[in-house]
Write a protein that binds this ligand. Sequence first.
Ligand code: GLY
Length: 441
Amino acid sequence: MKVMLVGGGAREHAIAEALCRSEGVELYAVMGNRNPGILRLCRGVEIAKETEVEKVAEAAERWGVELAVVGPEAPLCAGVADRLEERGVPCMGPRQRLAMIEGSKSFCRWLMSRYRIPGNVRYASFTDADEAAEFIDSFEGEVAVKPAGLTGGKGVKVMGEHLADREEAKAYAKQVVEQRIGGGEVVIEEKLVGEEFTVQAFVAGGVVKPMPAVQDHKRAFEGDRGHNTGGMGSYSMPDGLLPFLGEEEYSQAVEIIRKTAEALRKETGEDYRGVLYGQFILGREVKLVEFNCRFGDPEAMNVLSLLDSSFAELCMQIAEGRLKSEPKFKRLASVCKYIVPKGYGVSPAPPAEISVDEAAISREGALLYYAAVNQQDGRLYTTTSRSVAVVGLAESLEEAERIAERATSHVRGEHLYHRRDIGTKELIERKLQRLRKLRGE
Ligand code: GLY
């Protein structure tokens, strides 16, 4: 089967590997960078902007692909699934109207409140900075200020973390509106406190099949300090839960996803076909932080490395709206660590050559996923975003962490760093203590 992948990051490399593990897949890709991991798996590649939906659809037609799998949110929000389906190519990834669940944070909150979906927060959205300021002044408690549209995961600012007080919150809301950050609409929400976790689900034809829970680490530096990034690494546990997340809270998260998929169907009259990603926070109760219309990055590396079913078959069932297979996951722990250029997320170091000893990483027992790097004349160069991800899988979290950590030493470059603490006992114990304190336990 000819399958086309859209996207060129580590998430897409993990998607490509998972597709190629399925029998009979011939892979093609459209991506903005020359990802060496994806390149070597493909029969054909087009280097193009992934949001140029016409170009993407033309490539699909030229290659005669029978299925498209879209990694990032930007092409989905730009309507790539609609365009592909118009040309008769089934797409794993929702249509534009449905991708709004990620493309507009105000639509997401509105939908949740209209359909009385649990886990919503107090919020309001504005396109006028003065009205936003008035709302912030009158709001009981601290707020989060979020550009409504896409900002690559870096637009959210929270009082007490990135914003010192109400004045700074108002100033940032004004900046979002006036500088049209993420489109110029701003969402003001109640600040949520607790431990964040991710639950992703395969969704199609009214069927929702959840995947193991994962915890991502957004902060740039060890100890969960520093600015927010797209994610520095993540872990999951053999039982699909997390050290702080029980069966009951996991089920509540899945229920929120299920109700949202149903609400999207009622509201748009269209079938959501893709991955619905819920980012949740567990404090006194489970609340939704945001929805994404695709796999998480890095969370895709955890779940797809564990997937023990034919991914190509699952994708085809989803794209055709007849999801019936039960996805199976290995009962192992997974730890993913991203190696990134210094300054990633704020002022990244200029592109520089790096070396990756693939054989040594494999000897450590780790998996390797290339991210936003470029292969040129047999050499590998960083870009402004994350460079390489390594994943350890093992029966215990400790062992999975050790495997991933050892693998990081085989990725070398002058300006690279990673978080050594992701998946360690010490960090998880601190998280558990913080949560117990918050819940008064
Ligand atoms: N891990 C965060 C995201 O994929 O948006």
